[in-house]
Design a protein around this ligand. Sequence first.
Ligand code: ADP
Ligand code: ZN
Ligand code: ZN
Length: 713
Amino acid sequence: MTVERTVRLAIPVPLHQAFDYAVPDTLDMPHPGARVRANFANRHLVAVCLEQNPQVTHPSLKPIQEVLDVVPCLTAELMSLAAWLSAYYHHPIGEVINTILPSAAARGASLTFKHEPLWATTTQTDESERLKGAPKQQALHTYLREQGPADMATLREAGFTRAQLNPLVQKHLIQESGPTRTELEAPLTLNAEQSSALQQLDPARLGYRTTLLEGITGSGKTEIYLQMIASVVERGRQALILVPEIALTPQTVQRFERRFGGTGVMHSNLSDAARLKTWLQCRNGDIQILIGTRSAVFTPFADLGLIVVDEEHDSSFKQHDGLRYSARDVAAKRAQELDIPLILGSATPALETLNNAMTGRYQHLRLTRRAGGAAIPTWHLIDVRGHMLDQGISPPLAKVISHHLDEGNQVLIFLNRRGYAPSYLCTHCKWRAACSECDAALTYHHNPRRLICHHCGLRAGVPEVCAECGGHALLAVGLGTQRTEEGLRARYPDIALFRVDRDTMRTQKRLEAQLDAINQGTRAILVGTQMLAKGHHFPNVTLVAVLNADNGFLSTDFRAPERTAQIITQVAGRSGREAKAGEVYIQTMQPDNPILTSLIEHGYPGFAARELDVRKGAGFPPFQPMALIRAESAQASKATAFLKHLASQVPKPLLALGPAPAPIARLGGLHRVQLMIMADNRSLLHRGLNVLHDLKAERDVRWSIDVDPYDTF
Ligand code: ADP
Ligand code: ZN
Ligand code: ZN
């Protein structure tokens, strides 16, 4: 008689539990971290082994069907990270593991991939004469010399065979290509501030420490990352660099490539197969430097030695659905567990991060000067009350714009609203075009002429008569980037104009082409949304104008002031980045708004100090941890009733505020209600949330827990 062998599995279903199965004698015992196939509710699912031979209470277990990995797919480190994620974000372990696996692996794809060498010529010399007797070899050599490195599959497609390749390898005319060290760019000589920061980061120090590198835009933070990474790579270890959006800042990856040669890249535009391959190469140690967006924080490494989170304040590091994790916070957890350094870099650190630095949990380093010697731009407020605005531009701003253009420079006009106008309304009866699926106005767009909902994507034709009173007095009201562009074109017909927002930059190729055109040209106007603010280096921009700072003051979200200050500071940082000094002009109807005055008088650190006091007074994060519980349903009353019930289950020392409608109370046809949970400390918060896991809502109510919510929309 055989002793029954069992495994505990994480199965990708929304239940807060693991499931025990039997391992039939015909199968090898799966190791923790290995994928298996198991039948669950009549579906064949890919599951991951959590534990061998757990204490099983159930007398007879269903057998697993297949073991997919001999070598576990997930390393022990990632398995323990998954357990932490599940506990911290109160998300089912099976779904956590499903999120951290590359999707191809989650579907059961094989993890063996062949190492496909790239072949390249050893020199750029023309060997036609020497290879005269072997025309096929001669053609292959010429092909590689002209086209650059290629793998065997590509060569076969081009009509070559291995029989032609091998003799060329023997003659040392062709070799496996690696990073060509000779063409790499040398490190820059650090300025005094940078040297001192690097010294305190201490590349020779190996253990865990988080450092906030707070450096103004253009102060040379990236150069410091590069030099830290260089010393990690020299030691034979790996480095992970998390960035907000690779597509928006191709310059960043290019800079890493110039310094180190081949780097791995991981972002959402990769095919599933490419993503899995990069994931495995990092796990095997074949890739030394990985640059990636949010989910790259879940990549396994053979020997990770450093994590860098660039623009650590950026909202894209927080996932807004499913496993609602913060890649920055997960990076901190991984760095701690792996006992390696973590660098968080930003010109506008998140208040959480600043607070950790101020209380001594993080090392705090500052760069206060621009690295290349460029001056810090001067800031000016324009009080637009009492001015006649022409397509959003006040007369004083028009003068400044003309002046910068006359000097042959570039001007960047920032407006965080795409489309032509944020509302379309009847001047007679005040009817306003609204989305049928959301509690939100429709935005009026030109070319093509449409009303579009920026929340759910709904598109509608533009009515010619008012839906309410039948009148014809319909008007597009307010200012979007299309209207600003139109106004500027009329005003400066001879000047090159680039509009950069999600509507004009639908593809990465187009964005790259536009960025190149901007950086090669001279006199030009750039109009755009925050797409223009992020990380770009525009050498010729000397004026940044924020058309309407007040947009950001309207939101009731507790993080709105922080986000507004960050975006204004970031966009201002595009001004005067090289030899020519820059200026920043901000149009506002609230020149006394403390967000603006603190920013102008004391910079972002001044703003942040003030805002931290406000948060402390209100008992908001980072001083008290928070979780947001959201419920959605086609019927508002059901969502509310569920959250009322849930609120009554929240254990005592926790504070439950609500339920209340979300700021956008209906989205995509669903009513959204939320409950804010506050606690004096994290362990109380987690203990309280644990009680709620197994609450069952009615079938048409969906609900979720968001720990450390980024916004309350
Ligand atoms: P940040 O990451 O803080 O925005 P970067 O590292 O991108 O700053 O540096 C801004 C600009 O200054 C870049 O063009 C960079 O090449 C240049 N730079 C950085 N460090 C130095 C240095 N030590 N000497 C000269 N130029 C530098
Ligand atoms: Zn009307
Ligand atoms: Zn909508």
